[in-house]
Design a protein around this ligand. Structure first.
Ligand SMILES: *Cc1c(COP(=O)(O)O)cnc(C)c1O
Length: 398
């Protein structure tokens, strides 16, 4: 099957589900055994079938099979949040004394998790731009066991050359994990570029409808993924509910259609934002002015649905801008049908000390826009009013 077909059919055979067209919701905590001996065989792994929903569930199973195929992996696991996927793979791959090399920017809670690893388990980490072979080699320490990468990086849209990072890591037996939340498998496929694991906050584009928190981990090696299922995932317990898996399966059927429109809409907003005089900087991976646009074009099929931009006047101006918006919702999260906007300096990155934040390129006047699926003329009108308000009030102050 081709990708667009897999989004809709992969892992689902109606014959296995009472001829149901759609995947049934198996809302059950446990499964019954026909005999004591059958229970024994299932626990021994000698017979396929349900045991207990923390170890597997038929609805969840379809989601995992579908994501495994979409990311071209050997196995997949679904979780109750993106962070459960992040914590599970990092627990699996590290032990006390190890070092994790990370991209320059990370999702805030991933950063928080690495802090816990450091203080509780003496697993250290460092950040690097990973911009050249020399820089990657210099950043690798003797005890580096994992390279953990996001690309594009939130909210500055910096790009990491995934093929290059994987090449250097693979030469040294270092495992590579890529957080692919911003792209979804529709726009970028890290396993194809050499990564060992790819993970998602399924809360975002995979579900796409703003009504679920969930995560997905896909790995290259089927046996290793099964090992994670029967150890860290089972015993830490961050599994997905069958209902949330069911909602994500519904969302996935339109991933291709939604992503194409998110991208088209983002391109339209990008062109508009370039005409606004109070926008001092714009960050979008496929913008010709993006310093790494060539790497972006090499590893992504399109620029995605997120745009960051800086308004003149810092936090005060950014907040005044947000307060003028009527149609665009002020909210964190991304990848939904609704256009969302947030102010990283006081929201998603407020825990990062100001100096570090500025060093990461997160200006106080930066806003991150998750472009939705509305008619962009309505969104542009909403933005125009907010721009007028900040320039009007800005000038009246002088
Ligand atoms: C949202 C997000 C996460 C965390 O996922 P949750 O589903 O909120 O736990 C991790 N990485 C990125 C890039 C995200 O956007």
């Amino acid at each position: 099957m081709r990708k667009d077909t897999r989004l809709i059919h992969e892992g689902m055979d109606p014959a296995n589900h009472q001829d149901s067209l759609t995947v049934p919701l198996y809302q059950t905590s446990t499964f019954t055994f026909h005999s004591a001996e059958q229970g024994q065989r299932r626990f021994a792994g000698e017979e396929a079938g349900g045991i207990y929903s923390r170890l597997g569930n038929p609805t969840v199973d379809v989601l995992e099979k579908r994501m495994m195929a979409l990311e071209q992996g050997g196995g997949a696991l679904a979780f109750g949040s993106g962070m459960a996927a992040v914590s599970t793979i990092l627990v699996h791959l590290t032990k006390t004394g190890d070092h994790i090399l990370c991209s320059k920017g990370l999702y805030g809670c991933t950063f928080g998790l690495l802090g816990i690893f450091e203080t509780k388990y003496a697993i250290t980490h460092s950040l690097s731009a990973l911009a050249s072979r020399e820089q990657i080699e210099a950043a690798i320490q003797e005890n580096t066991t994992v390279i953990y990468v996001e690309s594009p990086i939130n909210p500055t849209m910096e790009i990491v050359d995934l093929g290059l990072v994987c090449e250097v890591a693979n030469e040294r037996g270092i495992r590579v994990v890529v957080d692919n939340t911003f792209c979804s498998p529709y726009l970028q496929q890290p396993l194809e570029l050499g990564a060992d694991f790819v993970l998602h906050s399924a809360t975002k584009y995979l579900n796409g409808h703003g009504d679920v928190i969930a995560g997905i981990l896909v790995g290259k090696d089927a046996d290793e993924m099964q090992q994670i299922r029967m150890s860290v995932q089972k015993d830490y317990g961050g599994i997905i509910s069958p209902f949330d898996a069911w909602l994500i399966l519904r969302g996935l059927k339109t991933l291709h259609v939604r992503m194409d429109r998110h991208v088209k809409n983002a391109e339209k907003l990008l062109a508009y934002l370039k005409t606004e005089p109070s926008v001092t900087k714009i960050f979008y991976p496929f913008d010709d002015a993006h310093p790494q646009v060539e790497i972006a074009r090499k590893q992504m099929t399109a620029g995605g649905g997120l745009i960051s931009f800086v308004v003149e006047g810092g936090t005060e101006s950014a907040q005044r801008f947000l307060n003028q918006l009527q149609l665009i919702h002020v909210a964190v999260s991304l990848g939904d049908a609704e256009t969302l906007i947030q102010h990283p300096a006081t929201m998603t990155h407020s825990v990062v000390p100001e100096n570090d934040r500025i060093a990461m390129g997160i200006d106080n006047g930066m806003l991150r826009l998750s472009v939705g699926l509305e008619d962009m003329d309505d969104i542009i009108e909403d933005l125009q009013k907010a721009f007028q308000a900040i320039t009007k009030e800005g000038t009246s102050q002088f």
